[in-house]
Design a protein around this ligand. Structure first.
Ligand code: SF4
Length: 289
C-alpha cells in the first residue's frame, strides 16, 4: 500500500478541495470532466466510450443498465439509514469529525487539466481516513461472478489512486469488488456482505441472522491490494489525454464485443460477426456497475 509514500494532507484541506471541485463542475465545460465509468469502458473500446459519453440522459439504455441503476439505488437507500437530507457538506463535516463509518461521497481529482469524477458504492472511514473501498456490481451471467476482469481491476485501482492522490493516507485501505447475480439481487444480502467485510476488517458490528440463514451465498468477493503503479498510472493519463486532446478512437478487439453493443448500428468500426478480429483486450464484460 502506498500511504507510507505520503501524499497526505489535512482532512480539512481535502474536504475544501473536494467541495470546490463540486462548484467548478457546475461552471466547467463538460469536455473537461470525465467519469471513471467512461474510462473503464475505454479500457476495451474507445469508440464505445465516445458513444457512451455522447449519449444524453434520455438515451434509451439497455435493460441491464437500468436494472443495475435501480438495484444500486436500493442499496444506497438501505445503507443511508436516514430520512433526513444529508448534503455533501454534511458528509465532509462528518469525515473531518471522525465520527462516521460508511459513506459514498463523490470523489474528484484533476489530472492533466481534466477533472475525473467517481462515486464508490461504499467507502468506510475510521478516524477520518479511508479504510475500505467497495464497488458492487451485478452480473448478467453467473460465470462472470468468479472473475475479476482487467477493466474492473483497473477501475478499482483508479478509485484507490484518487483517494491516494487527493491526500488521504491509504496505508490502511483495503479494496474489493462484490459481485452478485442481477437476477437474484437481494438488497439485504448485498448490504450484509459489505457489513461482514467491515467486521473482518475489525469493525464492531452486530449482525442478526436467522437461524437457518445463509450469509451471502450468491456474492463473490474480489479484493485487490492497492499500490502505486507507474504503468497503470501512465495508462490512466493516456486515457484522459484522449478526452482532452481528441483523436481517432480505436474500436473493440473482438466481434463478440460488437455483437452485444447498443451502438453497433451507427458504428463505423463495428466488427462483423464472422470476423476473427484481433483479440486484444478480451476483457469485455456484460455486467454493470
Ligand atoms: S460496435 Fe464495437 S467498435 Fe463500435 S462502439 Fe460498439 S464495441 Fe466499440
Amino acid at each position: 500500500m502506498a500511504g507510507d509514500q505520503g501524499y497526505s494532507e489535512s482532512v480539512d484541506d481535502i474536504a475544501r478541495h473536494q467541495l470546490n471541485f463540486l462548484e467548478t463542475l457546475q461552471e466547467d465545460e463538460p469536455e473537461h470532466v470525465i467519469t471513471l465509468d467512461t474510462l473503464e469502458t475505454q479500457r476495451y473500446c474507445e469508440q464505445k466510450a465516445v458513444f457512451e459519453r455522447q449519449a444524453g440522459p434520455d438515451e434509451k439504455r439497455p435493460d441491464r443498465i437500468i436494472r443495475a441503476q435501480e438495484q444500486h439505488g436500493k442499496l444506497v437507500a438501505e445503507m443511508a439509514g436516514t430520512e433526513e437530507e444529508y448534503h455533501l457538506t454534511d458528509v465532509w463535516d462528518d469525515i473531518i469529525a471522525g465520527d462516521v463509518s460508511l459513506l459514498y461521497p463523490p470523489l474528484f481529482f484533476k489530472l492533466i487539466g481534466v477533472i475525473i469524477y467517481g462515486r464508490p458504492t461504499y467507502l468506510r472511514f475510521i478516524d477520518s481516513q479511508p479504510t475500505q473501498l467497495t464497488l458492487v456490481r451485478g452480473v448478467t451471467k453467473k460465470r462472470y461472478l468468479d472473475e475479476l476482469f482487467p477493466s474492473e481491476r483497473f477501475l478499482l485501482w483508479c478509485y484507490c489512486t484518487i483517494l491516494d492522490r487527493i491526500g488521504f493516507s491509504v496505508s490502511d485501505l483495503s479494496a474489493r469488488y462484490l459481485k452478485y447475480p442481477q437476477d437474484e439481487f437481494n438488497v439485504v444480502e448485498v448490504s450484509r456482505a459489505q457489513m461482514l467485510v467491515a467486521v473482518e476488517d475489525g469493525d464492531d458490528i452486530a449482525i442478526q441472522l436467522d437461524d437457518d440463514s445463509t450469509v451471502h451465498p450468491n456474492i463473490r468477493r474480489h479484493p485487490i491490494e492497492y499500490k502505486r503503479d507507474s504503468e497503470t498510472g501512465k495508462q490512466l493519463r493516456e486515457y484522459v489525454a484522449f478526452w482532452r486532446d481528441g483523436g481517432e478512437p480505436t474500436g473493440a478487439g473482438h466481434w463478440k464485443q460488437c455483437a452485444g453493443c447498443r451502438f453497433n448500428p451507427e458504428c463505423d468500426l463495428a466488427l462483423p460477426r464472422e470476423s476473427k478480429g484481433a483479440e486484444r483486450n478480451y476483457d469485455w464484460i456484460n455486467c454493470t456497475a
